[in-house]
Design a protein around this ligand. Structure first.
Ligand code: SF4
Length: 699
């Protein structure tokens, strides 16, 4: 017995696409649920369920952490609206051919036309299509129903009518509808909406059923297109619909010399193969072994490629179907839907256009779900036209590359500056994307110092020049450094032309050493010595500033010859002597902290950066041998400011003055030090204060 398997058997474009979407989600570790069974194949669905895929029938049933996949049939408009309102994470696998019918009825019936739909009113695809109709619509499962609608409602024939069909409707049956409506209605627009996958399968099934003694149709009993295949075949020979090999009955083939096998669009290859092998094992004349041998002989390339004979056969068929492709043609289309793995595009042809995600952009970080919206105009190049499936594969990536290569080539000649985003960090450089063109920037041309990290450029928009191109291979090499060096030179010229001592500038701290902070002033680098960072004594520049800080500085000195700039970060209003003059006049009573003790007195901090002296005679209202008999380091005591000498930078404080309040008089800022406090010689004061200071490092 000879077995012939239909070339069109197995997953159609839409089912294959939906299955791949679910597989991709599962491989990303996502939890997946589908709105109804993904395809009409119980074996396949059971396998998906084992892998954790949940089937829900209402949007409310979608678990919060799951991604909902809308299957090829699509869903009704109100269901889609509910899904969106609930904020579900959605992947829409509605077959583009189904989506197209939804859009036809939506647009046409919005203009007042009445929709006649050839199909099963209970089928989810038809329920979905009908939900997009505005006003009147009629669904007819068989020709008799259709004839009655036309005959009983003559008013319909006076209206503008559109006729569409379910994608899997019988081709011959639809022809009857078309002929009848043409005969009775004058203002009718007819749409050929049976998908190629369906019509091709039915044609091949019809041809096989005429040539063979029996036909086996493999697929789910609840699959519309599988049932149609069964109807087509049984008109010509004994035909049997099976969901799996286990349902095959040997007696069906008694006396048969030739048996054909076909399968619905949602039947996995593995089930078709199982049926074929089981039939060969249980019938005389052909064994599974022979079939495998046959396959090996007809597919010698399989071993070379590492693919199975079936995969090779499929690849051959695909290649064959692509021979009619009209590639490299530029088209402009409208975005119909955007999915994580593809963009559907209407290019004004019968075929459905789609851009696989890898053909969207050469930027690996590009995300069409964020960059595009439905209705946008999009330019692309046709890569493959698949007449068998009715699809056109498009590439925006190649369109962009072709369009912008001329700009890149001309920028090489003119040294024009281009702008692009750094998308990839390589070992020896980075890749900048310029309108779909990858430009390699060697590390030496990246503007990142040798000791730096190229990763700092990731995702940055940079300006660059093209420094080399390979026209034949369409490759370009660029330089960011060329642009930054040039800009820096221009800024330096500007800086030195405008700079003067006392000028205030804003810069960025680039580097710190123990004695200074170095600041990028945009065109020049300036140094802030540690002593110019703060009025207080500091141990390290990082006590005040850090690398990356934006600072406001004043030019202290300039050396245009040596290109040296000294800066000050100290602000006049922060000068402690200015604060003292403003907030602490002579006579003020303040709490101070004891910070140093000597034989002649105690040093006390009035506020950070400002110390005064309490002479030994001013510590108590009695004679004391030494200050440490009364005071300790860190003691907080109340004192009166009894004198300030701004020239000698000397402040006299007194505790005793507060112990004899009636005798004390408030003095003006210039008042002399009190008579009964022995004035401390300035040398002694300075020497004692110097002991307190931390010696500042010199460069
Ligand atoms: S049978 Fe046609 S319409 Fe249905 S999923 Fe397959 S390709 Fe799409």
């Amino acid at each position: 017995m000879k077995l012939t398997v239909a070339k069109t058997a197995g997953f159609c474009f839409g089912v294959d696409r939906a299955v791949k979407m679910v597989e991709a989600l599962l491989s990303q570790g996502k939890k997946v649920c589908t709105m109804g069974p993904l395809i009409h194949n119980p074996t396949f669905i059971a396998d998906l369920q084992k892998r954790g895929v949940l089937i829900v029938s209402e949007p409310e049933e979608v678990p919060p952490d799951s991604t909902l996949v809308i299957r090829t049939h699509g869903v009704a408009k109100d269901v889609r609206e509910k899904i969106d309102a609930l904020g579900c994470d959605v992947v829409d696998a509605t077959c583009p051919f189904v989506r197209k019918i939804q859009q036809i009825v939506d647009t046409k019936t919005a203009n007042g036309e009445t929709a006649l739909i050839a199909g099963d009113p209970a089928h989810p695809e038809v329920i979905g299509i009908r939900s997009y109709c505005h006003g009147l619509s009629y669904v007819c499962l068989n020709f008799e129903d259709f004839r009655q609608v036309i005959d009983n409602l003559p008013a319909i024939c006076e209206k503008d009518i559109i006729l569409v069909s379910q994608t899997t409707f019988s081709v011959s049956e639809y022809e009857k509808y078309i002929n009848y409506v043409k005969l009775h209605c004058t203002k009718v627009e007819i749409f050929a909406t049976i998908c190629n996958a369906t019509s091709n399968r039915q044609s091949e099934a019809r041809a096989l059923s005429l040539e063979n003694d029996a036909m086996i149709i493999v697929g789910g009993r609840n699959s519309s297109n599988t049932r149609k295949l069964y109807e087509v075949c049984r008109a010509n020979c004994p035909s049997y619909l099976v969901e799996s090999a286990a349902e095959l009955e040997p007696q069906w083939f008694t006396g048969c010399r030739n048996v054909g096998i076909t399968a619905g669009a949602s039947t996995p290859d593995s089930i078709i193969k199982e049926v074929r092998i089981t039939m060969s094992e249980n019938t005389v004349g052909v064994s599974a072994e022979n079939l495998e041998k046959e396959a090996e002989q007809t597919a010698p390339a399989a071993e070379e490629t590492g693919k199975t004979a079936e995969e090779m056969a499929f690849a051959d068929a695909l290649e064959e179907s692509l021979k009619s492709m009209n590639s490299d043609q530029k088209v402009v289309g409208t975005v119909m839907s955007i999915q994580p793995n593809e963009i559907q595009v209407d290019i004004g042809r019968k075929q459905t256009g789609y851009i696989p995600i890898e053909e969207y952009s050469s930027d690996p970080n590009a995300d069409p779900t964020k960059e595009l919206k439905v209705g946008d105009e999009i330019h692309a190049i046709i890569m493959k036209t698949n007449d068998a499936e009715g699809t056109v594969m498009l590439s925006k990536r190649r369109y962009d590359a072709s369009k912008y290569w001329d700009t890149v080539a001309s920028a090489y000649e003119t040294k024009e500056i281009l702008e692009g985003k750094v998308t990839e960090i390589l070992q020896k450089g980075v890749i900048v994307h310029y309108n779909g063109i990858r430009v390699f920037i060697p590390a030496s041309q990246s503007s990142v110092p040798r000791s730096g990290n190229l990763e700092t450029l990731k995702d940055q928009v940079v300006s660059f020049r093209i420094i080399d191109i390979d026209q034949r291979r369409r490759r370009a090499v660029g330089s960011i450094k060329s642009v930054t060096d040039e800009r820096r030179a221009a800024l330096a010229e500007q800086f030195w032309a405008d700079a003067y001592v006392g000028k205030k500038l804003t810069g960025t701290v680039k580097n710190l050493t123990t004695f200074a902070a170095f600041v990028d002033l945009g065109g020049a680098e300036g140094m802030i010595h540690r002593s110019e960072l703060s009025w207080r004594r500091i141990k390290h520049p990082s006590d005040v500033v850090n690398v990356g800080d934006t600072v406001e500085v004043t030019i202290k000195s300039l050396d245009p010859e040596k290109k040296k700039v000294s800066l000050s970060y100290r602000k006049i209003e922060d000068n402690p002597w200015e604060i003292l003059k403003r907030d602490y006049p002579v006579g003020s009573i303040v709490d101070v902290k004891i910070v140093g003790l000597t034989d002649f007195g105690a040093f006390a901090q009035i506020f950070p950066g400002m110390d005064g002296l309490i002479h030994i005679s001013q510590i108590a209202d009695r004679r004391i041998a030494k200050p440490s008999d009364v005071l300790s380091i860190d003691d907080i005591v109340k004192v009166k400011i009894t004198g300030i000498d701004f020239d000698k930078k000397r402040i006299s404080l007194s505790i005793r003055a507060l112990l004899e309040p009636q005798k004390e008089e408030t003095q003006e800022a210039s008042a002399p030090v009190e008579e009964d406090s022995k004035p401390v010689p300035i040398e002694e004061y300075a020497a004692a204060a110097a002991d307190e200071e931390v010696a500042q490092d010199e460069e």
